[in-house]
Design a protein around this ligand. Structure first.
Ligand code: GLN
Length: 275
């Protein structure tokens, strides 16, 4: 069965609806939702724009548009987000990987090899540990306290044939002393007080555990600073995504502290060697 609607017309209708509802960017969003409804790649939308839209795809497409208009991030609707040239499965309960986190990947890849034993604290979707394990062709331990996150990390590791041993742990509490050469993390770094300023897509849909870190947004760094002193080997290195320069003070007595800025000139990465 099919509707009167063609694929091309369905796309135009979706764009018009999203534009009216002030969803940005309307064209890309409509394309992604229609591709997902049809389970096809983008090129299909244009090479088959005169084809009738199958009824089932029309039902799915309508529901996806409705969910997006209600505030659900497009990545949770289509169940994926690209990160460092790979598709990552995502779902509510894990943070959607952000492009700025690719700076962390590039920093690690630029370190002299061999890197030794690496772990990722708060693996979420597995964007960091799976990418590093795949790029470096070595094991990278994924740590998270959330069973949902561990399951998604495991699935993404399998998809990308990455060697990612998993540990369920509240930060580093279950990690053996002096067992790591490098600890990486993109911990939560939003202050609770900034909650009202967030986009509804983030505030109402992404996991609080992955976003907020106490009154000043620095709680996770304080925990990681204290715990990583124990789990890192002597001369072990920490590489963290950061949201503000204040994190530097927490690591004041570490050595070789480096702060890297993003393209907009904001601090995005802290690297330091264990004291
Ligand atoms: N490590 C994951 C990522 O970078 C999750 C980070 C988080 O939940 N704060 O996407």
């Amino acid at each position: 069965m099919s509707t009167e609607l063609t694929i091309g017309k369905a796309l135009m209708q979706g764009i018009a609806l999203l534009t009216e509802e002030k969803i940005e960017p309307p064209r890309l969003t409509a394309e992604l939702l229609l591709m997902h409804a049809l389970r096809k790649e983008r090129v299909f939308l244009f090479s088959h724009s005169g084809d009738p839209l199958p009824e089932l795809a029309w039902i799915h497409y309508g529901r996806y548009l409705h969910e997006r208009i209600a505030g659900k991030p497009v990545q949770y609707i289509i169940g994926k987000q690209e990160f460092f040239y790979r598709d990552f499965k995502v779902r509510p309960g894990v943070l959607i990987p952000r492009p700025e986190t690719e700076h962390l990947i590039e920093r690690i890849l630029a370190l002299p090899k061999p890197l030794g034993r690496i772990a990722d604290a708060g693996s979420g979707s597995g964007a960091i540990c799976v990418t590093l394990a795949a790029e470096l062709r070595q094991a990278v331990v994924g740590i998270d306290r959330s069973p949902i996150a561990l399951a998604v990390t495991q699935e993404n590791a399998a998809t990308h044939r990455a060697n990612v041993p998993l540990v369920q742990s509240d930060w580093l509490s279950a990690i053996a002393p002096a067992s790591l050469d490098i600890l990486v993390s993109n911990p939560p770094y939003i202050a609770e007080t900034d909650k009202p300023t967030l986009q509804r897509e983030v505030r109402d849909h992404e996991p609080e555990l992955a976003l907020f870190a106490g009154a000043d947004g620095q709680d996770a760094y304080r925990i990681l600073e204290r715990q990583s002193r124990k789990v890192l080997k002597p001369k072990g290195r920490i590489v963290l995504e950061i949201g503000s320069i204040t994190t530097r003070e927490i690591f004041a007595d570490w050595s070789a502290i480096e702060i890297q800025n993003d393209l907009a000139g904001r601090p995005c990465l802290l690297t330091a060697i264990r004291p």
